[in-house]
Design a protein around this ligand. Structure first.
Ligand SMILES: C[S@@+](CC[C@H](N)C(=O)[O-])C[C@H]1O[C@@H](n2cnc3c(N)ncnc32)[C@H](O)[C@@H]1O
Length: 155
């Protein structure tokens, strides 16, 4: 009687283990890349993560609307300094939400951005400078100052 119970327990435990491992593997394979709207986040061709076109985008189309928070430069330090945009004054910085802070730099950008101040606050609007193919990485131009003030070099 007891050996039977032990055998059944082992079978139940082993089945649970197999189902758990298989489930984890299958779910991991099926997990979609992080995306929303026209933008997909994936490994960049130039640095870390980057933003990619999830579908073909036409010149002039809005790629991403980022709600943005304007703060003073005192609120920003360390690595975060590399992720924020210039604000409405010398000492202001704009923290762009959504995927706005994950676009990499290129001297030949395919997107650019402008700021819009609406009734609910600031937004950073990223739009296509030309037709963009599905799968292309999306870059805006950080500007020469950006690199010279950080001592970093770009790809
Ligand atoms: C706003 S973040 C962009 C997202 C970043 N790649 C990530 O993985 O989080 C800016 C940082 O990306 C890197 N970066 C962006 N464009 C680059 C380029 N063209 N060449 C080298 N590094 C770049 C720089 O290290 C910079 O500090």
């Amino acid at each position: 009687m007891i050996p039977n119970l032990l055998f059944e327990s082992i079978i139940i435990f082993a089945t649970g283990l197999v189902v758990g491992v298989l489930g984890t593997v299958l779910l991991r394979k099926k997990a979609p890349k992080v995306s929303r709207g026209a933008v997909l986040i994936d490994a960049s061709k130039v640095a870390g993560r980057g933003a990619f076109a999830k579908r073909a985008i036409r010149e002039g189309d809005i790629v991403e609307r980022c709600p943005a928070l304007e703060v003073t430069d005192k609120d920003i330090g360390g690595e975060l300094l590399n992720y924020v945009f210039y604000g409405s004054a010398e000492n202001k910085r704009l923290v762009a939400m959504g995927y706005g802070m994950l676009f990499n730099h290129s001297p030949q950008p395919n997107v650019a951005y402008y700021r819009e101040d609406g009734p609910t606050g600031a937004e950073l609007i990223i739009y296509a400078l030309r037709d963009i193919r599905k799968g292309e990485e999306l870059y805006y131009n950080y500007g020469d100052d950006w690199w010279s003030t950080r001592g970093e070099t770009c790809e």
